[in-house]
Design a protein around this ligand. Structure first.
Ligand SMILES: NC(=O)c1ccc[n+]([C@@H]2O[C@H](COP(=O)([O-])OP(=O)(O)OC[C@H]3O[C@@H](n4cnc5c(N)ncnc54)[C@H](OP(=O)(O)O)[C@@H]3O)[C@@H](O)[C@H]2O)c1
Length: 322
């Protein structure tokens, strides 16, 4: 079967190989899923670079998110049968044609959600839900809370803006350039860096940050009110949030949210509930993401080059069947 493999850490364009490997049979509680579509997310590429080398074992097959069809099940599997459409989670490995995963890590996808959106139903929707939950833990009610969202042109940024507005909060979408303004609903406040917009004049109750580096330091220093919170969940700038900036604000709460930590401690019932909300959000449009292109896995190099293009407008999907 067609697969990918990372034998050594490095630039994803070089380090991820296309390989042919034998198709293994499911045993015990394993489900064999033929992957229909897999997403390329920043979280797939960061481990390839070796950034998490302490907790990444080589060699490995990348890909944390996607959707597929159950083809075979092990003798102990009762809840799934051939033909079920599922999202398999819990470990990387989706950038290959056939995946073996324990049944407890597979979630059935309802009819009426197209494969392309089902392939993105896990990482960003569940993280957006956890971030809003973290804000609710901090503030109680989100009604009228001013929440800044950095990198709001990203897939998850758009979800957060819509979700927070639905929860009664007042989201402000922060963008690094005019380019992605059109991706956001004009009803929301949008601040574009370097334009006439003046982000520092706003005092946020909370900032949800996926950028880090100097922009995060400025927001922490000047734009969060006392008693507020700063939650980091990404570092798209490639730089950490400055420790002196954090040290200078003992009056606000800092947190880092990593979906993986929650997923591996939440338990099946909480994950099922989260997926039900994700699937409902996909059906209502709350969690739908724009798609820039879908590539056959055999054209992985082109897909990765497109992913790295700063002009990319939406998610890149991989089809491991071809
Ligand atoms: N902690 C977790 O568990 C978790 C879970 C999900 C996602 N995340 C993080 O969330 C972030 C976004 O993920 P995604 O899947 O939504 O990505 P995505 O859809 O690929 O979006 C990336 C977009 O972010 C914007 N961007 C990139 N670098 C930026 C920068 N330095 N400053 C401001 N904006 C920048 C760009 O939009 P424009 O060029 O249009 O501005 C780019 O198109 C990533 O850092 C990811 O790791 C974390």
């Amino acid at each position: 079967m067609r697969s990918t493999l990372v034998r050594q850490f490095g630039d994803p364009g070089q380090a991820i190989e296309l390989v042919e490997v034998p198709r293994p049979a499911p045993r015990g509680d394993e489900v064999e899923v033929e992957i229909s579509l897999a997403a390329i997310n920043p979280s797939d590429l960061i481990p390839v670079t070796g950034a998490y080398s302490a907790r990444t074992t080589l060699p490995f097959v990348p890909g944390f998110e996607g959707v597929g069809i159950v083809r075979r099940v092990g003798p102990d599997v009762e809840d799934f049968k051939a033909g079920d459409r599922v999202v398999p989670i819990g470990a990387s490995g989706l950038w290959q044609q056939f995946l073996l995963r324990p049944a407890e890590w597979c979630f059935r996808v309802p009819d009426g959600i197209e494969d392309a959106q089902a392939a993105m139903s896990y990482i960003n929707p569940l993280t957006a839900l956890r971030l809003v939950e973290a804000l609710r833990d901090h503030f109680g009610s989100l009604e009228d809370r001013q929440v800044g969202i950095t990198a709001a042109g990203s897939a998850i940024g758009g979800m957060l803006v819509r979700l927070l507005a639905l929860e009664g909060a007042v989201p402000t979408a922060m963008l690094r350039s005019e380019r992605s303004r059109g991706r956001l609903d004009k009803a929301h406040r949008i601040l574009v860096a370097g334009s006439g917009d003046r982000p520092m004049s706003i005092q946020f109750d909370a900032v949800l940050d996926a950028v880090g580096g100097a922009p995060a330091g400025e927001l922490i220093g000047q734009s969060i009110r006392s008693g507020g919170t700063f939650i980091q969940y990404g570092a798209l700038s490639g730089a950490p949030v400055s420790q002196p900036a954090i040290g200078g604000r003992p009056d606000i709460r800092f947190a880092f949210l990593w979906l993986r930590t929650w997923v591996h401690s939440a338990g099946r019932a909480a994950l099922e509930a989260a997926f039900l909300r994700s699937f409902a959000g996909l059906q209502s449009g709350l969690f739908t993401s724009p798609i820039a292109a879908t590539y056959p896995l055999s054209r992985l190099a082109d897909a990765l080059a497109h992913q790295a293009d700063p002009g990319r407008d939406g998610k890149i999907l991989l089809d491991p069947r071809c």
